[in-house]
Design a protein around this ligand. Structure first.
Ligand code: AP5
Length: 212
Protein backbone atom coordinates (compact mmCIF):
# COMPACT_ATOMS: atom_id res chain seq x y z
CA UNK A 1 0.00 0.00 0.00
CA UNK A 2 1.25 3.49 -0.87
CA UNK A 3 0.05 6.55 1.08
CA UNK A 4 1.06 10.18 0.47
CA UNK A 5 0.78 12.85 3.18
CA UNK A 6 0.50 16.37 1.76
CA UNK A 7 0.32 19.72 3.50
CA UNK A 8 1.98 23.12 3.82
CA UNK A 9 5.12 23.65 5.92
CA UNK A 10 4.30 23.07 9.59
CA UNK A 11 1.05 21.21 8.84
CA UNK A 12 2.26 18.25 10.90
CA UNK A 13 3.26 15.94 8.05
CA UNK A 14 6.39 14.66 9.84
CA UNK A 15 4.66 14.29 13.21
CA UNK A 16 1.66 12.44 11.78
CA UNK A 17 3.47 10.40 9.11
CA UNK A 18 5.75 8.89 11.79
CA UNK A 19 2.73 7.97 13.96
CA UNK A 20 0.75 6.55 11.06
CA UNK A 21 3.73 4.50 9.87
CA UNK A 22 4.15 3.08 13.39
CA UNK A 23 0.40 2.32 13.67
CA UNK A 24 0.25 0.55 10.30
CA UNK A 25 3.76 -0.94 10.44
CA UNK A 26 4.69 0.89 7.24
CA UNK A 27 7.96 2.54 6.21
CA UNK A 28 8.06 6.35 6.53
CA UNK A 29 10.01 8.10 3.76
CA UNK A 30 10.41 11.88 4.17
CA UNK A 31 12.26 13.71 1.40
CA UNK A 32 13.05 16.65 3.74
CA UNK A 33 14.75 14.28 6.24
CA UNK A 34 16.58 12.47 3.45
CA UNK A 35 17.87 15.75 2.01
CA UNK A 36 18.92 17.06 5.46
CA UNK A 37 20.88 13.80 5.97
CA UNK A 38 22.65 14.39 2.63
CA UNK A 39 23.48 17.98 3.70
CA UNK A 40 24.81 16.78 7.08
CA UNK A 41 27.01 14.17 5.36
CA UNK A 42 28.34 16.75 2.89
CA UNK A 43 27.53 14.61 -0.17
CA UNK A 44 27.36 16.06 -3.69
CA UNK A 45 23.55 15.95 -3.51
CA UNK A 46 23.63 17.60 -0.08
CA UNK A 47 25.90 20.40 -1.30
CA UNK A 48 23.56 21.00 -4.24
CA UNK A 49 20.41 20.94 -2.08
CA UNK A 50 21.61 23.06 0.84
CA UNK A 51 21.16 26.57 -0.58
CA UNK A 52 17.70 25.77 -2.04
CA UNK A 53 16.56 24.43 1.32
CA UNK A 54 17.93 27.28 3.42
CA UNK A 55 16.10 29.92 1.42
CA UNK A 56 12.88 27.87 1.29
CA UNK A 57 12.92 26.90 -2.39
CA UNK A 58 12.34 23.40 -3.73
CA UNK A 59 15.34 21.29 -4.71
CA UNK A 60 15.21 20.62 -8.51
CA UNK A 61 12.72 17.91 -9.51
CA UNK A 62 15.19 15.60 -11.29
CA UNK A 63 17.39 15.22 -8.22
CA UNK A 64 14.55 14.56 -5.79
CA UNK A 65 12.71 12.17 -8.11
CA UNK A 66 15.84 10.06 -8.60
CA UNK A 67 16.53 10.00 -4.84
CA UNK A 68 13.04 8.91 -3.75
CA UNK A 69 12.38 6.38 -6.54
CA UNK A 70 15.69 4.65 -5.72
CA UNK A 71 14.71 4.56 -2.03
CA UNK A 72 11.23 3.23 -2.79
CA UNK A 73 12.65 0.45 -4.97
CA UNK A 74 14.91 -0.56 -2.09
CA UNK A 75 11.82 -0.75 0.18
CA UNK A 76 9.85 -2.87 -2.33
CA UNK A 77 9.25 -5.76 0.02
CA UNK A 78 7.68 -3.53 2.70
CA UNK A 79 3.95 -3.98 3.40
CA UNK A 80 3.41 -0.27 2.89
CA UNK A 81 5.12 3.07 2.42
CA UNK A 82 4.12 6.52 3.67
CA UNK A 83 5.54 9.33 1.58
CA UNK A 84 5.96 12.61 3.48
CA UNK A 85 6.93 15.72 1.51
CA UNK A 86 6.84 14.01 -1.89
CA UNK A 87 5.47 14.67 -4.46
CA UNK A 88 5.31 18.47 -4.19
CA UNK A 89 5.23 19.50 -7.86
CA UNK A 90 3.16 18.21 -10.78
CA UNK A 91 6.24 16.76 -12.56
CA UNK A 92 7.09 14.87 -9.34
CA UNK A 93 3.52 13.49 -9.11
CA UNK A 94 3.63 12.37 -12.75
CA UNK A 95 7.06 10.77 -12.33
CA UNK A 96 5.83 8.90 -9.24
CA UNK A 97 2.74 7.65 -11.10
CA UNK A 98 4.94 6.45 -13.96
CA UNK A 99 7.34 4.60 -11.67
CA UNK A 100 4.53 2.97 -9.67
CA UNK A 101 2.66 1.94 -12.83
CA UNK A 102 5.75 -0.02 -13.86
CA UNK A 103 5.60 -2.10 -10.68
CA UNK A 104 1.76 -2.26 -10.68
CA UNK A 105 1.37 -0.58 -7.28
CA UNK A 106 -0.38 2.79 -7.66
CA UNK A 107 -0.90 5.37 -4.91
CA UNK A 108 -3.81 4.14 -2.76
CA UNK A 109 -4.55 7.25 -0.72
CA UNK A 110 -3.45 10.87 -0.52
CA UNK A 111 -4.09 12.53 2.85
CA UNK A 112 -3.95 16.32 2.66
CA UNK A 113 -3.65 18.19 5.98
CA UNK A 114 -5.45 21.57 6.14
CA UNK A 115 -4.11 24.12 8.67
CA UNK A 116 -4.60 27.90 8.82
CA UNK A 117 -1.62 30.15 8.07
CA UNK A 118 -1.62 31.69 11.59
CA UNK A 119 -1.36 28.23 13.12
CA UNK A 120 1.43 27.23 10.68
CA UNK A 121 3.48 30.29 11.69
CA UNK A 122 2.99 29.48 15.41
CA UNK A 123 4.06 25.88 14.91
CA UNK A 124 7.18 26.70 12.88
CA UNK A 125 8.34 29.51 15.18
CA UNK A 126 8.42 27.14 18.19
CA UNK A 127 9.71 24.00 16.48
CA UNK A 128 12.88 22.24 17.57
CA UNK A 129 14.06 19.02 15.89
CA UNK A 130 16.31 16.23 17.12
CA UNK A 131 19.62 16.48 15.27
CA UNK A 132 19.97 12.66 15.47
CA UNK A 133 16.55 11.07 14.79
CA UNK A 134 14.66 14.13 13.40
CA UNK A 135 11.75 13.84 15.88
CA UNK A 136 10.00 17.25 15.98
CA UNK A 137 9.20 19.06 19.24
CA UNK A 138 7.47 22.34 19.99
CA UNK A 139 8.49 24.64 22.84
CA UNK A 140 4.87 25.21 23.82
CA UNK A 141 2.78 22.34 22.36
CA UNK A 142 5.08 19.30 22.74
CA UNK A 143 8.19 20.16 24.80
CA UNK A 144 10.81 17.47 25.52
CA UNK A 145 11.02 16.01 29.05
CA UNK A 146 14.59 17.37 29.43
CA UNK A 147 15.16 20.82 27.87
CA UNK A 148 17.23 20.63 24.68
CA UNK A 149 17.35 16.77 24.58
CA UNK A 150 15.33 14.27 22.52
CA UNK A 151 13.03 12.00 24.58
CA UNK A 152 13.67 9.10 22.20
CA UNK A 153 17.43 9.08 21.58
CA UNK A 154 18.90 11.83 23.80
CA UNK A 155 20.09 13.74 20.70
CA UNK A 156 20.55 17.52 20.82
CA UNK A 157 17.51 19.58 19.77
CA UNK A 158 18.22 22.29 17.21
CA UNK A 159 16.23 24.81 15.16
CA UNK A 160 16.15 24.18 11.42
CA UNK A 161 17.99 26.81 9.34
CA UNK A 162 14.87 27.20 7.15
CA UNK A 163 12.58 28.02 10.12
CA UNK A 164 13.56 31.73 10.08
CA UNK A 165 10.70 34.14 9.17
CA UNK A 166 12.01 34.94 5.66
CA UNK A 167 12.42 31.27 4.61
CA UNK A 168 9.06 30.34 6.17
CA UNK A 169 7.32 33.04 4.09
CA UNK A 170 9.09 31.72 0.98
CA UNK A 171 8.12 28.09 1.79
CA UNK A 172 4.46 29.10 2.15
CA UNK A 173 4.56 30.91 -1.23
CA UNK A 174 6.24 27.90 -2.87
CA UNK A 175 3.55 25.65 -1.37
CA UNK A 176 0.74 27.79 -2.80
CA UNK A 177 2.36 28.04 -6.24
CA UNK A 178 3.88 24.59 -6.76
CA UNK A 179 2.36 22.09 -4.32
CA UNK A 180 -1.30 23.16 -4.10
CA UNK A 181 -1.81 22.01 -7.75
CA UNK A 182 -0.72 18.51 -6.64
CA UNK A 183 -3.74 18.44 -4.29
CA UNK A 184 -5.99 19.12 -7.32
CA UNK A 185 -4.16 16.44 -9.32
CA UNK A 186 -4.97 13.74 -6.74
CA UNK A 187 -8.51 15.07 -6.22
CA UNK A 188 -9.13 14.51 -9.92
CA UNK A 189 -7.61 11.03 -9.67
CA UNK A 190 -10.12 10.21 -6.88
CA UNK A 191 -7.37 9.42 -4.35
CA UNK A 192 -7.63 12.52 -2.14
CA UNK A 193 -8.92 12.80 1.43
CA UNK A 194 -8.76 16.28 2.99
CA UNK A 195 -8.11 16.15 6.73
CA UNK A 196 -8.55 18.89 9.34
CA UNK A 197 -4.98 19.27 10.62
CA UNK A 198 -5.82 21.48 13.63
CA UNK A 199 -6.41 20.34 17.19
CA UNK A 200 -4.73 17.75 19.38
CA UNK A 201 -2.21 15.46 17.62
CA UNK A 202 -4.12 12.36 18.92
CA UNK A 203 -7.35 13.58 17.30
CA UNK A 204 -5.60 14.29 13.99
CA UNK A 205 -3.99 10.84 14.11
CA UNK A 206 -7.47 9.31 14.55
CA UNK A 207 -8.76 11.21 11.50
CA UNK A 208 -5.81 10.01 9.41
CA UNK A 209 -6.20 6.37 10.46
CA UNK A 210 -9.90 6.53 9.58
CA UNK A 211 -9.17 8.01 6.14
CA UNK A 212 -6.12 5.84 5.24
P1 AP5 B 1 10.35 19.36 4.62
O1 AP5 B 1 11.25 18.86 5.68
O2 AP5 B 1 9.42 18.42 3.99
O3 AP5 B 1 9.62 20.66 5.22
P2 AP5 B 1 8.14 21.29 5.05
O4 AP5 B 1 7.31 20.70 3.99
O5 AP5 B 1 8.39 22.74 5.02
O6 AP5 B 1 7.43 20.78 6.29
P3 AP5 B 1 7.93 20.86 7.74
O7 AP5 B 1 8.91 19.73 8.01
O8 AP5 B 1 8.39 22.24 8.06
O9 AP5 B 1 6.59 20.65 8.56
P4 AP5 B 1 5.71 19.36 8.81
O10 AP5 B 1 4.46 19.47 8.02
O11 AP5 B 1 6.50 18.08 8.68
O12 AP5 B 1 5.34 19.63 10.32
P5 AP5 B 1 5.94 19.00 11.68
O13 AP5 B 1 5.33 17.66 11.91
O14 AP5 B 1 7.41 19.13 11.73
O15 AP5 B 1 11.20 20.04 3.45
C1 AP5 B 1 12.24 20.95 3.74
C2 AP5 B 1 12.87 21.41 2.44
O16 AP5 B 1 13.45 20.29 1.75
C3 AP5 B 1 11.92 22.05 1.42
O17 AP5 B 1 11.69 23.44 1.68
C4 AP5 B 1 12.71 21.83 0.13
O18 AP5 B 1 13.78 22.74 -0.01
C5 AP5 B 1 13.30 20.44 0.34
N1 AP5 B 1 12.40 19.38 -0.15
C6 AP5 B 1 11.78 18.43 0.60
N2 AP5 B 1 11.03 17.65 -0.17
C7 AP5 B 1 11.17 18.10 -1.44
C8 AP5 B 1 10.61 17.71 -2.69
N3 AP5 B 1 9.74 16.67 -2.79
N4 AP5 B 1 10.96 18.41 -3.79
C9 AP5 B 1 11.84 19.44 -3.72
N5 AP5 B 1 12.39 19.87 -2.57
C10 AP5 B 1 12.06 19.20 -1.43
O19 AP5 B 1 5.27 20.02 12.74
C11 AP5 B 1 5.70 21.36 12.81
C12 AP5 B 1 5.71 21.82 14.30
O20 AP5 B 1 4.37 21.82 14.78
C13 AP5 B 1 6.51 20.88 15.23
O21 AP5 B 1 7.11 21.67 16.22
C14 AP5 B 1 5.43 19.97 15.84
O22 AP5 B 1 5.81 19.51 17.13
C15 AP5 B 1 4.25 20.95 15.92
N6 AP5 B 1 2.95 20.28 15.75
C16 AP5 B 1 2.65 19.23 14.94
N7 AP5 B 1 1.34 18.91 15.06
C17 AP5 B 1 0.81 19.79 15.96
C18 AP5 B 1 -0.50 19.99 16.50
N8 AP5 B 1 -1.54 19.21 16.14
N9 AP5 B 1 -0.69 21.01 17.37
C19 AP5 B 1 0.34 21.81 17.75
N10 AP5 B 1 1.62 21.66 17.27
C20 AP5 B 1 1.84 20.68 16.39
Amino acid sequence: MRIVILGPPGAGKGTQAARLAAALDFIHLATGDMLRAEVASGTRLGNLAESYMERGDLVPDGVVIEMIIARMSASDSAAGVILDGFPRTLPQAEALDGALKEVGEPIDRVLSLRVSEDELMRRLAGRFTCSECQKPYHLEFSPPREPGRCDLCGGKLTQRPDDNPESVRRRLTVYREQTAPVVGYYRQAGALAEIDGEGAPDDIHGRLVAAA
